[in-house]
Write a protein that binds this ligand. Sequence first.
Ligand SMILES: Nc1nc2c(ncn2[C@@H]2O[C@H](COP(=O)(O)OP(=O)(O)OP(=O)(O)O)[C@@H](O)[C@H]2O)c(=O)[nH]1
Length: 688
Amino acid sequence: MADVNRNQIRNFGIISHIDAGKTTVSERILFYTGEIHKMGEVHDGMAVMDWMDQEQERGITITASATTCSWRDYTFNLIDTPGHIDFTIEVERSLRALDGAVAIFSAVEGVQPQSESVWRQADRYSVPRICLINKMDRIGADHRDVLIAMIEKLHAKPILLQLPIGHEDAFRGVVDLVNEKAILFDEEDFGKTLTEEDIPAELLEDVHQARERIIEAAADYDDSILNDFLEGEPISGERLMPALRQGVIGCHISPVFLGSALRNKGIQPLLDAICSLLPSPLDIPPADAMRLDNEQQEKIETDSKGPLCALAFKVLADEGRKLTYLRIYSGSLKPGDAVYNSRTLGEEKVARLFRMHSHKRERIDRAVAGDIVTATGLKNVLTGDTISLAETPLQLAGLEYPEPVVSLAVEPKTVDDRDKLPPALEKLQWEDPTFLVKEDPETGQTLLTGMGELHLEVVVQRLETDFGVGTITGRPQVVYRETLTKESGHHELFEREIDGKIHQGEAHIRIVPTPRRSGLQIEIPAEVLEQWPEENREALQLKLEAACQSGPVAGYPLTDMQLTLSKAPYDGNKTTDLGISAAINRAVSQALSSGKPTLLEPVMALELTAPADYTGRVMGSLQQKRGQVEGVTSRPGQDVVRATVPLLEMFGYMTELRSATKGQGSFTMEFSHFDQAPLETLQKFGFK
Ligand SMILES: Nc1nc2c(ncn2[C@@H]2O[C@H](COP(=O)(O)OP(=O)(O)OP(=O)(O)O)[C@@H](O)[C@H]2O)c(=O)[nH]1
């Protein structure tokens, strides 16, 4: 693609709460852009974007999938992301790679907990957004309530660009407020035919008022609009859109559209809005990257002649081989190019490049700044790695990974499965940085760690379906942390002769407990570091980090403490790598043991929705689960309870809640922090 088209690329994602209709909308987008010729429905297990067997069986999106399509003269790289919190990493990495997003809300359920959480994620990455209020056909649909909730809960500035024509079941079109016309959708031919009409007379007054609000919003970005508005001059749609676009790109406003994806209504105007309102790769501020050879920050501009800089935002095991999704920020890439990985500090070769159409690939011979493509051949690349050139090594700011807090022991079912399990687990780990595999040192069991019960359930099913590995699993377990309750320290001098060579190392360790949620801080004072040759200094830090990976009593990683290496003299003749490693490990282990260690358990932030009649009972059961209710807000017919509850108490809670509320309650939860585990748990692990 020539550079001249960069401003006609839209790299965007679709984000929302689970079930708001992301996949249904994506499917319509593929249909109207001519990518697919038959519409697949999520509830029939036929959606193209939900191509994994698991997704089709469960009717939910698990892995973000990317697809390229064209609308008018524009190229869309669209990423459909999952809504369930267990797959939040998919949203996180997609947001990093995208330039804009379409946020979908249900016209009935409105701003749901997970919509808040993805909105905050998008805020964090300053992703410009336009919005679709979907499900306008459903009973109880009210776009005005959604707009209010967007202001109150998301602190957003929604600008409504359409008014509905017809209510609930009779929803049949929209008034385009910018261009002052009515658009009606024909349900029969999959909504392909749009009819434009004059605005119905009974809506004219509402249209006038709503259009004034749009003009006021646009006037913030264009003084000539402000002047003409004050003079009472008419303002055309062509003038409004570029002004609104500036507001969107600056993340100040979020234009809102209306539709019913399932009934094929409202999608084409949304596609037009993606072109006219969302940014192109040229519109967004350059990415910041660190030059690894001179440690200077560099601005990376969307320029195909610039140095190569790309983010591997997703890695997929595809028929046993790695397929790497790349967002190219700068420079260009061809099959056969040698690229540099800033994490492995090594070079590897791109075999082939593809543009993705859901899970099908189209081979291409070049990709340039602004593109989202996939590559094969990059054997050592993992999610989050920066790809550049060896002569201009660059490192983009990494992704933030959430804390995996649930673990599950797995055993191979048969002897045959035993051999197949480790390589299958390795491949699943390429894909998913929130999925970890560890061996329990005591039992020798393989422990899978992930974001939640559903996450691990999907992993286990994929072992079977994608890799043909049968497993037997234990019950889900909580992943704990260890910490100290009192300050402590230790001095260790290690000296030993091995094969005629003296190995020596000396370490003074001080450990101070710090408040909950403070995490682990490791400090090596400058005067200690200065004694060490420069090339060994980083290793010192890594050794300390490694020593904190396993606590003194139960073997869980350490947190909420500050560990200082207050003395570690270096003797060029005697100090060896082995010597200092042994000294550090022993000093840390001794200091931990004498610091009165204790266990911390993961606590989840929970948002629970149930009809008001059940609120009392639900709060009672949360209290029994050692939960702390933080607040209750009332919505029409429903109460929303926010609470923090230890994860240990929450396994299987969905079934319990459903039966306590006759199927009308639901909840979402995400990790909040680690807190003191109860006495019973401490005793189980042998804490004194
Ligand atoms: N009545 C009505 N139902 C809809 C509409 N859009 C989607 N649905 C239904 O709502 C359900 C959820 O839709 P999805 O498209 O899977 O939602 P999603 O946001 O992709 O869900 P996850 O992938 O699980 O996060 C499906 O049963 C759809 O058929 C709509 O406009 N009106």
